[in-house]
Design a protein around this ligand. Structure first.
Ligand code: MN
Length: 702
């Protein structure tokens, strides 16, 4: 173990003489205070604070942090008061030591309330000076590195706490290197067998992969060389705990994870990053949807980089990260990189530092807003435990929801009535889709309208059981009222053929019919008709007490308005739109399904008045109707974008798109487009026809 002189030597590369002397003084003070104390390993206790200071020296932390590191266990372990430190080393250093001591006193295993208190202390200490947390992380890092001397139980407790509390904090502060070390050491202590098995497997796999890694590296370097770009190419290795988590969380096989080849390219400046991106995309085909630009939009912890995945030779996936040296430094050391840079050059604080401070500030604000500590811990968990999202009501109340929850889940969590009548939402005061997953920290406001009803499509994206149950229940009620009104229209249509209507039928006659059908009220009967369980034709005959089997078929078709709701649907086989000739097929329990008149699926029952009814489109029909188009066109770059903008130019919406490459030259694209009617569809098709290279457009129907 190198002593204080060795440390002083290292410090001289970036600290002044006076500052180094202060660090020395702190060391001697600690040595004396801990005199006679030993670590579990048998070494004098002071070797521990010295090691902690060394870790901070690696990060080029300032002299006050290093002094605090030297003294960090003095208050806790030797009974020396904070005031004594303050008069010896000044207020700032004493505050830092005090903050670290408070963090040390935390016991994260106690009950929720006590835990909340601990979080508070942590947050306060951090907010006063972020260096407290850095000293604490270094302290924990050294303890983790020397964990093996402890008993099994204590070792596991510390490891668990490290994995659950300190690794996430390191991550939050962007300190990748520290986090990885925490995770691997914690993993090893918690699950020695699993850790060892993965370690061995990784070693074996790396042996097998050597050749291919070298090949890819070679071709990447060559590729940069051709473009005259100066950059460092290096292979990246996943850490053990990361592999373990991926195997567990995403249920992937070990080989699947190891089959990915990961590289990093570090260059001089931002501009070069994008040039490198272009170069590697030229070398191998990029995997669509995998490109991420964290340079333009950094992660919350300040991380910046370009990410892309390529299909290498023989289709091996290659993950590439491209970043500048400075970003690399930030990615590895996060907030600590701030000091590293500050000591080298006279630069402005880096964004990571600013972001960390912002986080701390947010935590403090939360604390003031939340009344008690329990509520507070809920809100701090946002950042430490990402399985829940925490959002605010407009009045500042915190709502906890499962991850992936949407505004609809939120609305039902607030109140069932709010959920049932919700029509739109504002997230952070901006209108947002109801289906958008909520992010922690957002303020969510529900826009509701009296008489609004739940939408069946919500069931596709809600996450909470409460929302699901209430939507189903409301839909059931809604379906009943819509079935009744459709049933009434169908029945009146048939009665109209006889110059009659429901109103004209005497009440006694209706009562008799209800008795025969064994239902209580007329609504039940109408609902049955609307749902397709009873034929309007048959019921009409009964009501009219018509002996004759031959009831004239009703004059003129029933008009479809597009507002019938849940009891009316449009056939998926032929996707009719306003303007098309249509018929309605009544199927038991489902209500009416609208088909094209010449749809093959109903050709057999087309003229059966008990199953099919003639329909027309009402003049004021409203809504969006989906049609499927098949477009054959010559293959060209950016073809999807071209199609999309043409459809858009005709006010159409693309609902779905899929593409087959028929041969090298021709592509076949299937589009599902939503339009208002046939005229609108014609406009869309005309726009598509105008595109260069379009050979044929067909509307698909059964
Ligand atoms: Mn310590």
């Amino acid at each position: 173990m190198p002593g204080i002189d060795a440390l002083a030597d290292r410090l001289s590369t970036y600290l002044g003489k006076d500052q180094i002397n202060l660090v020395r003084r702190a060391y001697y003070y600690a040595e004396q205070a801990h005199d006679g104390q030993r670590r579990r390993s048998g070494e004098p206790y002071v070797t521990h604070p010295l090691a902690v200071a060394n870790i901070l020296a690696d990060m080029h932390m300032d002299h006050q942090s290093l002094m605090a590191a030297m003294l960090h266990d003095v208050i806790e372990d030797t009974g020396i008061a904070k005031e004594a430190l303050s008069s010896q080393f000044g207020e700032t250093v004493a505050e830092l030591v005090d903050g670290v001591s408070k963090l040390t006193q935390m016991n994260f295993e106690t009950k929720a309330e006590a835990q909340a208190e601990n979080f508070q202390k942590m947050a306060m200490a951090m907010a006063r000076d972020i260096r407290v947390i850095l000293v604490k992380l270094a302290d924990r890092l050294h303890n983790m590195r020397t964990l093996e001397v402890l008993s099994g139980e204590k070792r596991r407790r510390i490891a668990k706490e490290t994995l659950e509390i300190y690794a996430p904090i390191a991550n939050r502060l962007g300190m990748h290197n520290v986090r990885v070390e925490f995770e691997d050491l914690g993993f090893q202590a918690m699950y020695p067998m699993r850790s060892e098995r993965i370690h061995q497997a990784v070693k074996r796999a790396r042996g097998n992969r050597k050749e291919i890694v070298a090949k890819i590296e070679q071709s990447l370097k060559h590729c940069l060389g051709v473009d005259g770009i100066d950059g460092d190419v290096s292979g990246r290795q996943k850490h053990l705990y990361g592999i373990y988590n991926k195997m567990r969380g995403k249920r992937r096989a070990f080989t699947e994870i190891m089959d990915v080849y990961a590289f990093r390219i570090v260059v001089d400046k931002v501009d070069t990053c994008y040039r490198v991106l272009g170069a590697v995309h030229n070398l191998y085909k990029p995997l669509p949807g995998r490109f991420k630009d964290y340079i333009a939009i950094p992660k919350a912890n300040g991380y910046q980089s370009l990410h892309t995945t390529l299909f290498g030779m023989h289709g091996v996936p290659i993950e590439i990260q491209i970043r500048t040296r400075e970003m690399e430094e930030m990615a590895n050391n996060g907030i600590a990189a701030h000091w590293l840079y500050k000591s080298n050059e006279n630069e402005q604080p880096k964004s990571s530092h600013a972001r960390a401070r912002q986080w701390v500030k947010g935590v403090l604000e939360l604390q003031q807003r939340a009344g008690n500590s329990l509520e507070f811990i809920e809100s701090v968990k946002i950042d430490l435990f990402p399985d829940e999202v925490y959002v605010f009501t407009p009045k500042g109340r915190i709502m906890e929801l499962p991850k992936g929850s949407t505004a609809v889940d939120f609305a039902y969590a607030v109140h069932t009535d709010v959920g049932n009548s919700c029509i739109a939402c504002r997230i952070n005061r901006r209108l947002a889709p109801l289906s958008e997953p909520l992010q922690s920290g957002s303020t969510v406001e529900i826009v509701s309208a009296p008489g609004a009803r739940p939408n069946p499509a919500w069931l596709n994206f809600v996450v909470t059981g409460k929302a699901r149950t209430h939507i189903r229940h409301a839909l059931k009620l809604q379906r009943r009222s819509e079935s009744i009104s459709l049933g009434e229209r169908l029945l009146n249509k048939v009665l109209g053929g006889f110059d009659s209507s429901l109103e004209k039928i005497p009440a006694e006659r209706i009562q008799v019919a209800l008795g025969e059908y064994k239902v209580e009220v007329i609504e039940d009967l109408l609902e049955d008709i609307g749902l397709g369980n009873r034929m309007a034709y048959v019921v009409a005959r009964r009501l009219l007490a018509c002996e004759n089997d031959q009831l004239p078929s009703p004059e003129g078709p029933l008009a479809i308005r597009g507002t019938e709701g849940l009891v009316l649907s449009y056939a998926k086989c032929c996707t009719p739109i306003p303007g098309d000739p249509i018929v309605g097929h009544l199927s038991a329990g489902k209500g009416m399904v609208v088909h094209l008149e010449n749809c093959r699926n109903i050709s057999e029952i087309r003229h059966n008045p008990e199953k099919c009814i003639q329909l027309s489109w009402a003049k004021d029909v409203t809504g969006e109707f989906n049609v499927e188009l098949r477009v054959e066109l010559e293959h060209q770059r950016g073809l999807i974008a071209l199609l999309a903008s043409s459809v858009n130019a005709a006010d159409g919406n693309i609902e779905k798109i899929s593409m087959d490459e028929r041969d090298g030259r021709i592509s076949v694209v299937q589009l599902v487009v939503s339009v208002h009617d046939r005229v609108h569809l014609a406009r869309v098709i005309k726009k598509l026809r105008a595109l260069a290279g379009v050979i044929r457009i067909t509307r698909m129907r059964a």
